[in-house]
Design a protein around this ligand. Structure first.
Ligand SMILES: Cc1cc2nc3c(=O)[nH]c(=O)nc-3n(C[C@H](O)[C@H](O)[C@H](O)COP(=O)(O)OP(=O)(O)OC[C@H]3O[C@@H](n4cnc5c(N)ncnc54)[C@H](O)[C@@H]3O)c2cc1C
Length: 335
């Protein structure tokens, strides 16, 4: 089969308990950008059992939604999900398939890629289209995060990639958009697996999930010591914000790893990200630069963090933050 027979961009929806997860809207944002550049359709693959509210996927940018529905897909099992995805791709032949780099995406995409005998770039932080070759440019950190590599899949189709959650904003919602929902029903034999779903056990080892916070106050080595870092926590508490940290702050033991933002930590995209005493090395920026509004306090006017900041304060965080805290306390007292 020639490469030209493949057309369109397909994103793989994330769902839990047969309800679409918001990560899917980030994928649709990526997918819409790619499809517009290629002037082709954007498809959304939904794997599950009677997944609800598929119209929402059209409002968020999909031109066509393929719903592979089966009781065998009620709970997530790697083999049935990968088999369903591979079958759908064989039938519809999209040139690009993108899923989230979540547990689900990271599990089924390699299995589907192996079945389809094509390449996969995992954990991308950026996707684009080469304007000359019209193929997918898949950017991800490489060599221990020291460089950003851009990878192409020139000889096979589809081009497959997983992207980090929160590496794009959610696609805007337009209820006037129209599209098509196509139900797919496959023979039960496709889903056969030696795996059995027993139970879902929630991970309780992480005390916070900063990825859900609208505001994050994050501190770095510039906070000097554990006492200084307490100012980060106090400001966060007054703002009802999550506490983030650079890797250095985590390595120094001021705050647990679950708060680390960046390449080897979490990727976040809150409405407001306040970086205190953080230099803004590339590995930190990789985890927060899609935040909507970035405020930085750093005593070095040349600090990298100011290149992504919407509001920058050049000053000593140990002096600026207590003033902010006092102001907020007095506003709250007078409210
Ligand atoms: C493979 C790999 C993965 C990595 N993953 C991550 C990651 O996930 N997250 C991450 O954060 N880093 C990560 N790093 C580390 C990263 O390269 C930086 O070392 C780290 O982000 C620096 O943390 P920092 O900004 O707190 O410290 P520094 O770079 O030391 O910066 C401290 C900043 O504080 C400022 N400052 C000092 N005193 C004050 C003061 N009183 N008031 C205001 N400002 C002050 C300084 O001007 C400086 O800009 C990774 C590195 C590698 C190689």
């Amino acid at each position: 089969m020639s490469l030209q027979e493949y057309r369109g961009v397909m994103v793989v929806a994330e769902q839990k308990n047969n309800k679409i997860h918001s990560t899917t809207y980030e994928l649709l944002n990526w997918g819409r950008g790619l499809a517009d550049k290629l002037d082709c359709g954007l498809y959304c693959a939904v794997l599950g059992n009677n997944v609800q509210e598929l119209d929402e996927l059209i409002f968020r940018g999909a031109d066509r939604v393929y719903h592979v529905s089966s009781p065998c897909l009620e709970n997530f099992l790697a083999r049935p999900y990968a088999a369903a995805l591979a079958r759908l791709v064989e039938e519809e032949k999209p040139e690009i398939v993108v899923a989230a780099a979540t547990t689900t995406g990271r599990t089924i995409m390699p299995m589907a890629a192996a079945r389809l005998e094509t390449g996969l770039t995992a954990d991308c932080t950026g996707l684009d289209i080469d304007p000359v070759e019209r193929i997918l440019l898949q950017t991800r950190p490489a060599i221990g995060g020291n460089i950003m590599a851009t990878i192409k899949t020139p000889f096979t189709r589809p081009q497959m990639a997983t992207v980090r959650p929160r590496s794009a904003r959610q696609a805007a919602r337009d209820t006037a958009r129209r599209g098509e929902i196509v139900a797919k029903h496959y023979d039960g034999a496709l889903f056969s697996t030696p795996e059995n779903f027993l139970a879902f056990v929630k991970d309780t080892t992480q005390d916070v999930n900063i990825q859900d916070a609208d505001i994050i106050v994050a501190g770095g080595k510039g906070m000097k010591n554990r006492e200084g870092f307490k100012l980060v926590e106090e400001l966060a508490s007054l703002l009802g914000a999550g506490v983030g940290a650079s890797r250095d702050a985590v390595d120094l033991g001021w705050v647990p790893y679950s708060h680390q933002v960046g390449l080897s930590g979490k990727t976040v995209a809150p409405k407001i990200y306040i970086a205190l005493g953080i230099s803004g090395k590339i590995q930190h920026l990789a985890g927060m630069q899609t935040s909507e509004y970035i405020v930085a306090v750093n005593k070095d006017p040349e600090a990298q963090i100011f290149k992504v900041a919407d509001l920058g304060i050049v000053g000593d965080a140990l002096e600026v933050v207590p003033q902010l805290i006092d102001q907020l306390k007095s506003i709250k007292a007078n409210a």
